[in-house]
Write a protein that binds this ligand. Structure first.
Ligand code: URA
Length: 239
């Protein structure tokens, strides 16, 4: 790839910025100073340095975010803040996108990547990747609801959901539950509870496939996945 493209992908600024950087003589490929942005480099074979610091090139980025309330799961929007707006420039330059959508008022685990293959794998209905949600529910959640979700419930548009595992953490005037679903219909969790005449008042995704939300991340914070987590996501094992 072109050296100027590699540098801008790695967060060294726009084409104009990288042109300046190259012109200043700060960039070397192996031991040779390179000033021409059109120069081609193979980052897997050659070593690129900027001011003597090695540039560890990577093609893909994998981020785990604890999505906050009030932000939409999109890459851009004219009026509303998006999850991508929350990224640092050094991550934004990789052009990651959210893998699937959480509602504006849903919080928790959101994966962002520029790896279309992984995104497709995780979202494909054929793969049945389980997603686990924690929710607060207005009203008593009962064993009857557990059985109904296990059988599948009919949503407002007539769709019969696949079997889902409902675990009651606390049942009361306000209940707390964990729900595991293997599909991702629009507003699915909220609509499943509507089908049993209950309302979700708080919704947080805590797991996607084998990947669990890092509980040290506060709302709006994110971090790169570890190599182990990336491997697990691709292999769909357990962490
Ligand atoms: N189900 C919902 O209702 N909303 C979400 O954001 C995710 C799953």
């Amino acid at each position: 790839m072109r050296i100027d493209k590699l540098l801008s992908n790695m967060g060294y600024g726009s084409r104009k910025d990288t042109k300046k950087l190259l012109k200043s003589g700060a960039v070397k490929i192996d031991d040779q100073v390179i000033k021409d942005g059109k120069f081609h480099v193979d980052p897997n074979v050659e070593t690129v340095t900027v001011h003597g610091e090695v540039v560890n090139y990577k093609e893909f980025i994998y981020l785990m975010m604890n999505k906050p309330d009030g932000v939409i799961s999109a890459t851009e929007d004219l009026n509303q803040e998006t999850v991508v707006d929350l990224l640092e420039t050094e991550d934004f330059v990789f052009e990651p996108f959210p893998v699937g959508r959480l509602d504006k008022d849903t919080v928790g685990l959101l994966l962002l990547t520029n790896d279309g293959k992984l995104a497709h794998q995780l979202l494909s209905p054929k793969k049945h990747v389980p997603k686990v949600y924690y929710a607060k529910i207005d009203g008593h959640v009962t064993v009857k609801d557990v059985e109904a979700f296990q059988k599948g419930v009919i949503l407002d548009d007539g769709y019969l959901t696949k079997p889902a595992k409902l675990d009651i953490i606390k049942s009361g005037e306000e209940s707390e539950i964990e729900l595991t679903i293997t599909e991702g219909k629009f507003h699915q969790v909220k609509r499943m509870f509507e089908s049993v005449d209950k309302r979700v008042t708080f919704l947080m995704r805590i797991k996607m496939g084998a990947l669990a939300l890092d509980e040290t991340l506060r709302y709006g914070e994110y971090r790169e996945l570890t190599d182990e987590e990336i491997g697990v996501l691709f292999g769909e094992g357990e962490i």
